[in-house]
Design a protein around this ligand. Structure first.
Ligand SMILES: *Cc1c(COP(=O)(O)O)cnc(C)c1O
Length: 461
């Protein structure tokens, strides 16, 4: 299979003085061996352009050799600080040894049966673990799927059958995925929806509590949202209210205290299924096992994915037994949903989330990042807001004279950090938010180094 492109052979010379394998053995320090992207990444980028549609974009066009801890080593031997975790996925770390062992052992037993043809223990064990770990001590059931969007779709299916109603209420700035129904539920047009319609009907968007912009208390913002839903839809038409407890792609918006509890109480009083989309916030990320716990909110259904399985594709819908069991036999499933290898990875990852100190570690990461970012903000008025919880922190970039969102400056900050070997992601409806989502196993020295880079990039603007 050899071709003339050197990158296909593996970056042997770059590797010789760097990590050979991923996982915790990867040296935990930033290193710029070439410009970023380096020549091998640029060669792969050219092949990508000829082989992959441009619609599949790349934030930082370096190609990965190995990764572990808080470091991603690219094919040119550069060691980049990973503040993205592949969008909040590798919370337990890339190549985490217990996950690798569990996956390897499962692959040697069998790789697939389709759980809806013949069952296997791993699926049931993941369901039992999620039923136990998710908020609330009521009886629960869990169904497994492949992606976050698929989990959201299935949560809506369950809510519609259980209530006999059809409308789904979502919120401003929401992100729920890229399938047809979840595009309808997602707020931002470009790039997620633009040109891809028509979209699924019976989706209603309500205003979200956004303290930095609306200045409303949580209860006041909830009252405004409820009033709008009651007038424009009618509570008795609503099957489900779907909300991210802290928004992900929409800008890491943390609703004001009281907003989520008021909505949950209203949903409960009106027979509406309250669905917490914890696909990004789940599994220790926010310094709690699930973000809803911060205000004691107990969702009727919770959707999870991303961090659940140490990088293997898996998602879940966990809900009240009477809701989940409302669906007829055979109504939920899919060829790969709850794949045994992904389940083995999830069980190893969940063990670490529960007993590996990762909830506490996420909280400590939040304290470090918030402290460093607040000091950078105090010296740089373009940073309008520092927000988030645990290892899910963001800064919102504004024009200091008008307070208007400043996407151009945001892009310059991200590009400056990328050039210095720090993987930073942006987000937000106005593309003016920089988000920090490090693996929970990253060490403090790397976080400080990344904050020093950010400080110098922002100060140099
Ligand atoms: C990423 C995300 C999704 C979609 O997950 P995919 O696995 O990309 O389909 C849905 N909801 C939230 C909150 C997310 O962050």
């Amino acid at each position: 299979m050899a071709t003339t492109a050197p990158a296909q052979q593996g970056p042997a010379s770059a590797r010789s003085d760097h990590a050979q394998t991923g996982g915790p053995g990867v040296p935990q320090s930033r290193l710029l061996a070439t410009e970023i992207p380096g020549p091998r990444s640029r060669a792969l980028q050219e092949r990508k352009a000829a082989a992959v549609p441009r619609g599949v974009g790349i934030t930082l066009p370096v190609f990965t050799d190995v990764a572990g801890g808080g470091i991603l080593v690219d094919v040119d031997g550069n060691r980049l600080i990973d503040l993205g975790s592949g969008i909040a996925v590798t919370g337990v770390g890339n190549g985490e040894p217990t996950v690798v062992r569990a996956v390897t052992a499962q692959i040697e037993r069998f790789t697939h049966t389709c759980f809806t043809i013949t069952g296997y223990d791993g699926y049931v064990e993941v369901a039992e673990a999620l039923n136990r770990l998710t908020p609330g001590d009521h009886e629960k059931r869990t169904a497994l799927f492949n992606s976050g969007a698929e989990a959201v779709e299935n949560a809506v299916k369950v809510a519609r059958v259980a209530t006999g109603r059809d409308t789904v209420v979502v919120f401003d700035h929401a992100y729920h995925g890229r399938t047809n129904l979840t595009m309808a539920m997602t707020a931002k047009s470009m790039p997620y929806k633009h040109g891809f319609g028509p979209f699924a009907p019976s989706v209603h968007r309500a205003p979200l509590s956004y303290p930095f912009r609306d200045g409303l208390s949580g209860p006041d913002a909830a009252a405004a949202a409820i009033h709008q839903i009651e007038k424009q839809v009618g509570a008795d038409q609503v099957a489900a209210l779907v909300i991210e407890p802290i928004q992900g792609e929409g800008g890491f918006v943390v609703p004001a205290p009281g907003f989520l509890p008021a909505l949950a109480a209203w949903a409960s009083a009106n027979g509406i299924v309250f669905v917490a989309d914890e696909i990004q916030t789940g599994f220790a990320r926010t310094g709690r096992m699930f973000a809803c716990e911060d205000e004691g909110v107990v969702p009727d259904i919770i959707t999870t994915a991303k961090g659940i399985a140490g990088g293997m594709p898996l998602s879940a819908v966990t809900g009240r037994a009477e809701l989940m069991d409302a669906v007829h036999v055979g109504g939920l499933g899919g060829t790969y949903g709850g794949n045994p290898v992904a389940c083995a990875a999830a069980l190893a990852a969940i063990e670490l989330f529960e007993h590996g100190g990762l909830v506490e570690r996420a909280a400590a990461i939040g304290t470090l990042l918030t402290d460093r970012l607040s000091r950078i903000r105090d010296a740089n008025p373009c940073i309008g807001d520092v927000r988030g919880r645990g290892a899910m922190i963001a800064i919102e970039i504004v024009d200091p004279s008008t307070g208007a969102p400043d996407a151009a400056t945001t892009g310059r900050i991200a590009a400056g950090a990328h050039a210095q070997g720090v993987i930073l992601l942006t987000c937000g409806t106005d593309s003016n938010v920089i988000r920090f989502l490090p693996p929970l196993v990253i060490d403090d020295a790397l976080l400080h180094d990344a904050m020093d880079v950010l400080d110098s990039v922002v100060t140099a603007l």
